[in-house]
Structure formats: structure tokens, C-alpha cells
Design a protein around this ligand. Structure first.
Ligand code: PMP
Length: 288
């Protein structure tokens, strides 16, 4: 495996970052998870744009243009001879002194890994996942805004631990008002009375690229889509529920906090969107 670091490729064993890098010391940095399907990188521009927005908000100046970043992603997939890949693009603050001040740091480090990822066992894509709501809340918008895809994932890791302790693979996180926000690495949707509903961005969620795609696919299928406020009660009584994310893709949810969702099987809207999505990723993307 060849890993891109600041313009050159290194073997996995030699791909190293300084222990004085503030990405390591403080989780000071931003990242993206991107997929390639059949030799095409899906929604590359959208991912690079989101990366630059995250970086802008944390006042991290990425030392290359958006175009060069997109080219570096494609080059890394090509260098590894991959057709289907999960790409992790990481920008750290760079090497600095001990102490929080990010402006002591040198040049931000650009790291690109092209590998594979399996988030949930394959069988759950057929039969659906069980999930739980957990005590750890999604970050406040006024703290580390969930819109920033930062290297600070400890909050979500706490929620993931709570899910695993409860015997399931995924957690639904609530915001500080008790409304549904999202899962530890996925957005959440429900189908209710034929409408597709998902928490609005102001509920404290990442603006998922898969989320955007799914909303567009549903609209194209003639389904009414709403970004709104959802409670646990809404989810328990939904006809269908599913999660979306680059790594997760679309995965049905059939049980939440012990309550069956609908008839406890992946529903027709979920299955249709899964099919639509599969077709979309086969068709579109930047060639490697
Ligand atoms: N929410 C969180 C917290 C995430 O980390 C991610 C991506 N890993 C998502 C949602 C899904 O976003 P996307 O569809 O852009 O991968």
C-alpha cells in the first residue's frame, strides 16, 4: 500500500507523522472519507469542498488548491491500483510546540490513504440493523460544530462504546434538547406516511454527502423530503428507518431501543433508495 504524504508516496510502514503534530497531540485537523466505485471517485468535488470549509472554520490553511487536492486523491487511488476503495483524506495542523496555540505550527500535513472499509457486517444490509440511543450527546453547534468534519471524534467514539456495550453496532445520538441528531458516523432518515424525514442541519449534524444524494434520489422518485425536527417517538413509530454515509452507504435500521420499526424488515422505500444509490455510484464519478 502506498500512502500519500505531502506530495510523495510512502509504504505503509514508512508513512509517518511527527508526534509533535497537533493533529496527534490535540486532534487539531480535519478529514474526509471518500469512496471510489469501479475506478471512479464518487462526488470528489463535494468532498474536497467540504474539507476546505471545515478547514476554513478552524482557521487551518490547506497548503494546496482544491484542484491539486482532487488530483492527489485520484493519484493515490491510481498508485494503489484500486478500482473500489475507501479513501481517507486527512489534514493535520502540522508540527508545533507543546501547548494548544495552533499558530506555532508549521505547514499543515496532507495525508491520503486509499484502502477498504467495512463498517457493518454484510448481512445487516439485507436484514437491517438494531441500534440504540445513547447518553453521550452530539456536540453542541456552539462547541465543535458537527458541521466541521474534525479529527476530534472522541465524542462519537464515546457513543460508539455505549452502543457496543448495549450489544449493537451503532448509536443514535441526541442533541442537547433531546432531539435526534445522527449516528456516530452516519446520518439518519425515517419514512413516515410516505414522506422521507431527516434531522435538519441545525439539529447538530454533519452535512453528509450521502445524505444530500439520498434526498435528491428520493425527490426524483417523487417522494416528499423534509429536513425537520425528530424525536425518539417519531423514530419508534416510523414506517422505515435507515442510515447513510460514505463508509456505511445506505443501511436499513429495523430496531431502535428494543422497538421494532415498521414490520421489523427493511421497507420498500429504503430498498428502492439502496438500489437507486447503487446505480448512481456505478454511473458517476471522476475516473481514476
Ligand atoms: N455523520 C458523521 C458524524 C460522519 O462522520 C459521517 C461520515 N463519516 C456522516 C454523518 C456521513 O457523511 P457522508 O455521507 O458525507 O460520508
Amino acid at each position: 500500500m502506498k500512502i500519500y504524504i505531502n506530495g510523495s508516496f510512502h509504504s505503509k510502514a514508512d508513512a509517518k507523522i511527527s508526534v509533535y503534530d497537533h493533529g496527534f497531540l490535540y486532534g487539531d485537523g480535519v478529514f474526509e472519507g471518500i469512496r471510489a466505485y469501479g475506478g471512479r471517485v464518487f462526488r470528489l468535488k463535494e468532498h474536497v469542498d467540504r474539507l476546505f470549509k471545515s478547514a476554513h472554520t478552524i482557521m487551518l490553511s490547506i497548503p494546496m488548491s482544491r484542484e491539486a487536492m482532487a488530483e492527489a486523491v485520484v493519484a493515490t487511488v491510481r498508485e494503489n491500483g484500486l478500482k473500489d476503495a475507501y479513501i481517507r483524506l486527512i489534514i493535520t495542523r502540522g508540527i508545533g510546540r507543546l501547548g494548544l496555540n495552533p499558530f506555532t505550527c508549521g505547514t499543515p500535513q496532507v495525508i491520503i490513504i486509499a484502502d477498504k472499509i467495512v463498517l457493518y457486517p454484510k448481512a445487516f444490509y439485507q436484514k437491517g440493523l438494531g441500534v440504540v440511543t445513547v447518553p453521550t450527546q452530539r456536540n453542541l453547534g456552539e462547541a465543535v460544530n458537527p458541521r466541521i468534519k474534525s479529527l476530534n471524534y472522541l465524542n462519537n467514539i464515546m457513543a460508539k462504546i455505549e452502543a457496543i456495550n448495549a450489544g449493537v453496532y451503532e448509536a443514535i445520538m441526541l442533541n442537547s434538547h433531546g432531539f435526534i441528531s445522527e449516528c456516530t458516523g452516519d446520518n439518519i432518515f425515517i419514512v413516515s406516511d410516505g414522506r422521507l424525514l431527516t434531522p435538519a442541519l441545525y439539529m447538530g449534524v454533519l452535512e453528509g454527502i450521502t445524505r444530500d444524494e439520498v434526498m435528491a434520489l428520493a425527490a426524483r422518485d417523487g417522494i416528499e423530503v423534509r429536513e425537520t425536527t425528530l424525536t425518539r417517538h417519531d423514530v419508534f413509530n416510523a414506517d422505515e428507518c435507515f442510515l447513510t454515509g460514505t463508509a456505511a452507504e445506505i443501511i436499513p435500521v429495523v430496531k431502535v431501543d428494543g422497538r421494532l420499526i415498521g414490520d421489523g424488515k427493511p421497507g420498500p422505500v429504503t430498498r428502492r433508495l439502496m438500489e437507486d444509490f447503487r446505480e448512481l455510484v456505478r454511473r458517476e464519478g471522476v475516473p481514476v
